[in-house]
Ligand binder design. Structure first.
Ligand code: TMP
Length: 215
C-alpha cells in the first residue's frame, strides 16, 4: 500500500462535520494531497440506497438488528468498492462517519450487545480499520438546535428521544478513552475557527507521521 491513510470525522449530529470536512479537503488539496471524501451511511451507489432505507423517518418500525445489518452491509461495500482502492492509490480518505458510529449508536444508544456489534462490524471491516477518528464533541441538544435551524427535517435517528443522542455522545467519549491512539476529541462548542485549527493540528501530525513512515 502507498502513502494513503483514512481519517473519520464523527460525533453528535449538528456538530459541524460537514463544514469541517469541506475545509479540511481544501487544506489538504492546498498541500498537494490527493483526497477522497466519502460518508457513511452511503459512499457508494449501493450504500446511498441503503442510507435512504436506514434514515427514512417514515419507517420507524425498523428493527434494531435490521438497522445494524444495513449499516454493516453498506460498510462492506464501501470498503471494497471505494476505500481500499483509494488507499492503494495513495489517497487520503476522509469519511463522514464510519465504524465508531455503530458502537456509539447501535451499542451505547440502542443497547445491542457489544459481541453482536463486533461480529457484524468485523464481518464488514474484514480486517480493515481507519487510521484516526476525529470526534467533534457537542451537547446533542445544541446539535439538534443547529440541525433544526438549518430548516432540515429530522431523519429517523435524529428523531429519537434526547437521551438516545446523549448515550451516543457518551459512547464516542468512551471509545476515545479506551483507544486514545485511534481517537482525537475536539470540542465543537468552540468557535468555528478554533475547531478548524484544532483539527488542522491533528491532520498535520498525521501527515508528518505518514511522511516519516514513507521517507
Ligand atoms: P449523518 O451522516 O447525516 O450525520 O447521519 C447518519 C445517521 O446515522 C446519524 O444519526 C448516525 C447514524 N449512524 C448509526 O447509527 N450507525 C452507523 O454505523 C453510522 C455510520 C451512522
Amino acid at each position: 500500500m502507498k502513502k494513503g491513510f483514512m481519517v473519520v470525522f464523527d460525533g453528535s449530529n449538528g456538530a459541524g462535520k460537514t463544514t469541517v470536512i469541506q475545509s479540511i479537503e481544501k487544506y489538504l488539496i492546498s498541500k498537494g494531497v490527493d483526497v477522497l471524501l466519502t460518508r457513511e451511511p452511503g459512499g457508494t451507489p449501493i450504500g446511498e440506497k441503503i442510507r435512504d432505507v436506514i434514515l427514512d423517518p417514515k419507517t420507524p418500525e425498523m428493527s434494531f438488528m435490521t438497522e445494524l445489518m444495513l449499516f454493516g452491509a453498506g460498510r462492506a461495500q464501501h470498503i471494497q468498492e471505494k476505500i481500499i482502492p483509494a488507499l492503494s492509490a495513495g489517497k487520503v480518505v476522509i469519511s463522514d462517519r464510519f465504524d465508531a458510529a455503530t458502537f456509539s449508536f447501535q451499542h451505547y444508544a440502542r443497547g445491542i450487545d457489544i459481541d453482536t456489534i463486533t461480529k457484524i462490524n468485523d464481518l464488514a471491516l474484514n480486517g480493515f480499520s481507519p487510521h484516526m477518528n476525529i470526534i467533534l464533541d457537542l451537547d446533542p441538544a445544541e446539535g439538534l438546535k443547529r440541525v433544526q435551524s438549518r430548516g432540515e427535517g429530522l431523519d429517523r435517528l435524529e428523531d429519537e428521544k434526547a437521551d438516545f443522542l446523549i448515550r451516543a455522545r457518551n459512547g464516542y467519549l468512551k471509545q476515545a478513552e479506551q483507544s486514545p491512539e485511534k481517537f482525537e476529541v475536539v470540542d465543537a462548542a468552540q468557535s468555528k475557527e478554533k475547531v478548524l485549527s484544532d483539527v488542522i493540528n491533528i491532520i498535520d501530525v498525521l501527515l508528518s507521521q505518514q511522511q516519516e513512515k514513507h521517507s
